[in-house]
Write a protein that binds this ligand. Structure first.
Ligand code: HEC
Ligand code: HEC
Length: 327
């Protein structure tokens, strides 16, 4: 199936899900399956249009079953747009509308400056469980161009309101067992009993109508979505798709449930965060800073407020020590 034909299977799915009620169907209808702008395959040089197609049809173009084996960069059949909704065009959590001006910037995870291409490759290696695209590849530069075009378009819109998250962090440990029930009630109808998702067609190259949330074809354990607070914000603001209706407590627990399930493991995670006090508070893997007074369970599931406070103190102490050295 060509990318341009993608969506036909989707309509069938809408009909099939109709039995589950208006909210689910309303949600499903919001999935943006915009046609790719151009049908030509790989352009000789980077274009915004190719970048747009790469974000929407990632599985087909650079996924693990891509026609050309040398193009198999992503390790899962997710699309970038599985998380960056409407290809990053939708304002709100994980929007890419405001991203380009944020780069280059220092990355605590990499321990160095990171430009947009390196940031995209971060999602390639973690969210997509794959490998880096070459820095000068038509694919990577096209994605960079497309994301830059979003910022330009956004500025052209007179920079309308960009909603912050509605998630309010509960000051308690997230309860994965409570999350299991929330999952069954609110999520399984689309994402499957076992988080396996639903492929668009029998051919995995066509990607997912409903992407998997855990298991072998999901994001890996080094991904941002594998952090409980990052996943909570996304779920609270965005899920169920088109009809988000969970409380912050429910989003927090269901995020813990999803992220307590098995998923691909990223090699070499111990090299992340060379400066260990620059970890996000909900970073679910070590090595943690020496002397950190929290157990692994709390570092993964919270409560996060005491951890945040501890990191803040450590950073202040480190900054003060640096000041002294400069003296
Ligand atoms: C499983 C969900 C998921 C998928 C799939 C995914 N990303 Fe991401 N992406 C994230 C999360 C979560 C963050 C923010 C991470 C954080 O808060 O540290 C992010 C951040 C980014 C950023 C930085 C945004 C900013 O404003 O700083 C870019 C750019 C990006 N992703 C591009 C991509 C591209 C391109 C792809 C496909 C190759 C992709 N992502 C696939 C979840 C995903
Ligand atoms: C109406 C169907 C539907 C329901 C119900 C639903 N989702 Fe989703 N979800 C989607 C679709 C579709 C996407 C991908 C969006 C795209 O490709 O445009 C998605 C994407 C996601 C993603 C990011 C992609 C990935 O595979 O990791 C997460 C996480 C997620 N959903 C969690 C949840 C949770 C938790 C619930 C229950 C509270 C839920 N969803 C309920 C349809 C649904």
């Amino acid at each position: 199936m060509k990318p341009s034909e993608k969506g036909a299977g989707f309509l069938v799915t809408i009909a099939a899900t109709a039995a589950f009620g208006a909210a689910v169907v309303a949600g499903a209808l919001l999935i943006d399956r915009a046609e790719p702008v151009s049908d030509e395959l790989i352009p000789p040089e980077a274009t915004v249009e190719y970048g747009e197609r790469l974000l929407r049809y990632t599985a087909e173009l650079i996924g693990p079953n891509a026609e050309d084996p040398s193009m198999r960069y992503s390790g899962s059949n997710l699309d970038c747009a599985s998380c960056h909704l409407q290809n990053g065009e939708s304002a709100g959590t994980l929007s890419l509308l405001l991203s380009t001006p944020r780069y280059p910037r220092h990355s605590g995870r990499d321990g160095e400056m990171q430009d947009m291409r390196a940031r995209i490759n971060g999602c390639m290696e973690r969210s997509m469980d794959g490998r880096r695209l070459p820095r000068d590849s038509v694919e990577l530069i096209s994605m960079e161009l497309y994301i830059a075009s979003l910022s330009e378009r956004y500025a052209g819109m007179g920079t309308p309101e960009h909603p912050g998250t509605t998630f309010v962090e509960p000051n308690r440990r997230a309860d994965a067992e409570a999350g299991r029930e929330i999952y069954a009630e609110h999520c399984a109808v689309c994402h499957g009993e076992n988080g396996e998702g639903l492929l668009e067609t029998g051919d995995p190259r066509n990607g997912y109508t409903f992407p998997p949330l855990w298991g072998p074809d999901s994001y890996n354990d080094g991904a941002g979505m594998h952090r409980v607070l990052t996943a909570s914000r996304f779920v609270k603001d965005r899920m169920p798709l088109g009809a988000p209706n969970l409380t912050s407590d429910e989003a927090y627990d269901v995020a813990a449930f999803i992220n307590s399930q098995p998923r691909p493991q990223k090699a070499n995670l111990e090299a992340d965060f060379p400066n260990r006090i620059l970890r996000p508070v909900d970073s679910p893997y070590g090595p943690y800073a020496e002397g950190i007074p929290f157990l692994e369970d709390q570092l993964k599931y919270g409560p996060f407020r005491p951890i945040r406070e501890w990191y803040r103190e450590q950073r202040e102490a480190q900054a003060a020590a640096l000041e002294d050295e400069r003296g």
